[in-house]
Design a protein around this ligand. Structure first.
Ligand code: FPP
Length: 273
């Protein structure tokens, strides 16, 4: 007999368990992508410098990652740092974010290993500072043998740049393999040349702080994703909010351009004269 105890995964707190109980474990999203937004506003409301919002955002990352792993989400991708952030924010803020990332990686690897999480990255990583790249390589290697959730951090990431890089890579592969005249491009081929070739497309994209934009995030991969926008600012976001987003996702009907179940099984209407 299945008891409530069997159903709720270990490690969820009381409020998380309450939301989880109403979820259908067979219909969890395989891959969740999150646009973490609102750190600056969180800090401003408290009359603190913007970087205090970023620092507070690390606790949200920790809670969200742990909850996602506990309920056996296969892949979680976090938009940590866009190419635009890099170019348009003061050097001092960029420097702070880089050192925050470095410290996060050093501190979190043991927890990632305890939770069987494998770390990956997407973005133009070669443009990041050499010491940060080194730390990233170390953390990836230290978690490479884990077989549970894949946690992908998008760093210096832009979806348009990703597509440009994919097209370049397809042309280069063709030129080394029979010549450009033999190049045949289809959707699978594009997907195989994206930074996300190790991942299924996200089923759900979450954006915090109420903004209704994709902000150049995974534009190809989000083609059929459900979008969940919450007014919660990222530093206030926790695993509980992730579960609420999943509950909302499970209320939606995904149609991929087809009909809903009722219409698909109804007799086709004939046009009346
Ligand atoms: C958006 O808030 C957030 C970022 C640009 C950075 C995200 C970084 C973190 C959550 C911290 C650490 C992450 C890791 C992976 C260690 P914003 O500054 O654009 O907020 P605003 O729109 O309110 O100004």
């Amino acid at each position: 007999m299945t008891t409530l105890h069997d159903k709720v995964p270990q490690g969820l707190d009381r409020k998380e368990a309450e939301v989880y109980k109403h979820l259908d474990p067979a219909r969890l999203p395989k891959h969740i992508a999150i646009i973490m937004d609102g750190n600056g506003r969180w800090a401003r409301r408290r009359h603190m410098p913007r970087v205090a919002g970023h620092r507070a955002g690390v606790a949200s990352v920790r809670s969200t990652v742990e909850t996602a792993a506990r309920i056996h989400i296969q892949a979680l991708t976090l938009y940590a740092f866009s190419e635009e952030n890099w170019k348009k924010r003061p050097a001092s803020e960029v420097g702070f974010l880089m050192s925050l990332l470095s410290r996060y990686l050093k501190a979190e690897v043991p927890t990632l290993n305890e939770n069987n999480i494998r770390l990956e990255y997407i973005g133009r990583l070669h443009e990041l500072p050499a010491d940060v790249q080194e730390r990233m390589g170390w953390a990836r290697e230290a978690t490479a043998r884990n077989s549970g959730m894949v946690l992908t951090l998008a760093l210096n990431y832009s979806a348009r740049s990703e597509l440009v890089d994919a097209f370049r890579s397809m042309v280069q592969a063709a030129s080394q393999n029979g010549g450009i005249n033999h190049l045949r491009i289809d959707e699978d081929m594009v997907s195989q040349h994206l930074y996300t070739r190790h991942l299924p497309d996200p089923d759900l994209v979450v954006r915090t702080s109420g903004e209704m934009r994709l902000s150049n995030f995974l534009l190809w991969q989000l083609a059929y994703a459900e979008i969940y926008v919450t007014p919660t600012l990222w530093p206030d976001f926790r695993g509980l909010h992730l579960l609420e987003g999943i509950a909302e996702y499970q209320k939606r009907e995904r149609r991929y351009g087809g009909l809903n179940h009722k219409d698909a099984h109804a007799p086709a209407e004939t046009a009346k004269a």
